[in-house]
Write a protein that binds this ligand. Structure first.
Ligand SMILES: C[S@@+](CC[C@H](N)C(=O)[O-])C[C@H]1O[C@@H](n2cnc3c(N)ncnc32)[C@H](O)[C@@H]1O
Length: 580
């Protein structure tokens, strides 16, 4: 039989890392068996699965070798006199040092490859991933070890470890690690993942009862920390706690449930499909509600700090029930559970027509301050937006009250799908949606603007949203109160919503749920018109495609709207359409 050219190609690719063919071939055989001979899994990401498998094979061999040695030394030590044992221990000390060197020699691939993956290139190899370094190899090794030690020390000092580190690692493809089920001699398909210590997670309460429990001075983070001593871990916050581990794209494919991308976190299941290619949704943690990342001062107030006129204390049942006197809270929703037409129209024209927008200007804009430039540029202005006020903890009505729409969560049939027109994943509705229907809210990590800029410098953002509806109304906004949401690492279904310039079929509206506290509010998506089943859902990210300061990752817009603001791109798309 003619040799398979793909095996040859893989061997050549591995040769660049000094991995001999004799090591590559048996692993390829195992992988082909495990992946039903689907080469694309083996080849993708520059043979990342193959490299990982070779590493794991090395690990298994090293562990087995160590075990054997331990067994041998135990047997020896039992049979030895004390004096002999001491003598042997002394020799072992010397031998151990030598063994460390041998181990490095015997398993040089791992260190060399890891160094390459980390962007450090050996001077004496011709192929280098990452920038070459002028450091001598020994110096390099020392530095690498020092760095590793420093990292360990940091971990010990920072107790519990910062969440940021986890979210960054989650997106790193270069450090993915898969744990294999060792039922076959030393390798098989990915089966399980090792749980690591979970990062501290601070949540906003899904249920306002939680708010009641907090004292005036408590931030949510003081009150609810996963696994802390406050007993807060008992409160079910509906957070998907994914054991922190690093798995490959294929591992993720194997674990992710096509029937429900939310992992059971929403009232309904949201399936995902890809009818276009082999891609799977990128790895993230599904959270149904936003949570504080670190510095954001999202305070829970004691109910007494709000006056009775900020709630409908005496209402019973449903505030929208027409038989009772309409209460002061209910201004936005109809009894059918959609936004009132006039409210929706006002919001749409405010979003689309600049003349209808009221701009507020900060004295010192957090967005400008966060740039940390010598000269502070003047504030560019923020659109003043009033939040819809839903009934909350202080109201007497029931949870089923019609003025508690957003807080009851997603209730329409949605689907994540791979778009055919180059936008990646998107969201579509599987049923007809009436105009003004609530679809979902934007959930993510609540960050301060300073934290957002920090992330931006690490290139982690896709589409953060700034919670600036009230900016400029106060003299000076403190850093921990100028907030935004980032759904990149932790997010809900909204992280899949694509952008459409101006005439999108969704609009985002600020909604107050927990308290009338204005620095943090929820951002809810409502339909701007009736939407047919299978239509993609989109919202206008509000990006200026020419703004270099734009906080979102740049992309060439292919929204197809005749109002597309990404002019060059729109022209290109039009030309293609005409030619076709
Ligand atoms: C919040 S994510 C939306 C989900 C994304 N499509 C995915 O596959 O995960 C935003 C990213 O989607 C892509 N995107 C969204 N709207 C787009 C548009 N109108 N044209 C091109 N790409 C778009 C861009 O890559 C953008 O950075």
């Amino acid at each position: 039989m003619a040799p398979d050219p793909r095996i040859k190609k893989a061997c050549i690719a591995m040769k660049a890392f000094d991995i001999p063919e004799s090591k590559v071939r048996p692993i390829i055989r195992q992988l082909r068996k495990s992946y039903d001979n689907k080469w694309n899994f083996i080849e993708q990401d520059n043979y990342r699965v193959l490299i990982d498998a070779i590493f794991d094979e090395e690990d298994v061999q090293a562990t087995e070798k160590k075990k054997e040695e331990e067994k041998e030394s135990n047997v020896c030590s039992l049979a030895m006199t004390r004096g002999k044992k001491r003598a042997l221990e002394q020799t072992q000390l010397v031998v151990k040092d030598e063994e460390d060197d041998i181990e490095e020699e015997e398993f040089p691939l791992k260190r060399r490859l890891r160094r390459k993956r980390d962007g450090v290139c050996d001077n004496n190899t011709s192929i280098g991933i990452g920038k070459p370094t002028s450091k001598k190899p020994n110096e390099e090794d020392r530095n690498l070890e020092e760095e590793e030690e420093e990292e360990d020390e940091d971990d010990e000092k920072t107790e519990p470890p910062p969440l940021k580190r986890y979210s960054r690692r989650a997106g790193e493809s270069g450090s993915a690690r898969t744990v294999y089920n060792n039922t076959s001699p030393s390798f098989s398909t990915p089966m399980s993942v090792e749980p690591e210590e979970l990062p501290p997670i601070t949540l906003l309460p899904a249920d306002p009862v939680v708010a009641e429990k907090a004292s005036d001075s408590e931030t949510v983070s003081d009150m609810i920390k996963v696994g802390d001593e406050s007993g807060a871990a008992d409160i079910s916050m509906g957070l998907v706690i994914v054991p922190e581990c690093e798995i490959s794209a294929d591992g993720w494919r194997a674990f992710s449930n096509t029937k429900d991308i939310t992992g059971g976190e929403e009232n309904i299941q949201i399936p995902w499909v890809n009818e276009i290619n082999d891609e799977v949704p990128s790895r993230f943690r599904y959270i149904p509600h936003s949570f504080v990342f670190q510095d954001a001062a999202v305070k829970l107030f004691s109910v007494s700090s709000f006056s009775d006129d900020q709630s409908c204390f005496f209402c019973i049942g449903d505030c929208l029930d027409t038989s009772s006197t309409p209460c002061s809270c209910t201004t936005a929703y109809t009894v059918e559970g959609v936004l009132k037409e006039d409210v929706l129209e006002a919001r749409i024209s405010e979003a689309r027509d600049q003349r209808k927008q009221v701009l507020q200007f900060c004295q010192e804009c957090p967005l400008e301050k966060a740039k940390k430039e010598e000269i502070l540029e003047p504030c560019k202005g923020h659109i003043k937006r009033k939040a819809i006020k839903e009934c909350w903890i202080k109201c007497g009505c029931a949870k089923r009250c019609g003025n508690r729409l957003v807080q009851r969560g997603i209730h329409n049939k949605l689907e994540v799908f791979f778009t055919p027109n180059g936008k990646g994943w998107g969201v579509r509705t599987l049923e007809r949606l009436a105009q003004g229907s609530f679809v979902c809210e934007y959930a993510g990590e609540i960050l301060t603007i300073t934290e957002l800029y920090q992330r931006r410098s690490e290139n982690e953002l896709t589409s953060p949203v700034i919670l600036d509806a009230h900016w400029g109304s106060e003299e000076c906004l403190e850093d921990d109160k100028s907030l935004c949401l980032d759904g990149t690492g932790y997010g809900n279904i909204s992280r899949f919503l694509n952008h459409r310039c101006l005439d999108a079929n969704l609009i985002e509206i600020p909604v107050q749920v927990e308290t009338p506290y204005q620095h943090y509010y929820r951002l809810a998506f409502f339909t701007t018109r009736d939407i047919e089943a299978m239509e993609e859902l989109t919202w206008d990210y509000g990006i200026d495609f020419n703004d270099e300061d734009c906080l979102m990752k740049h992309f060439d817009c292919v929204c197809g709207s005749r109002f597309c603001r990404n002019i060059k791109q729109a022209k290109k798309a039009k030309k293609i359409m005409i030619r076709a």
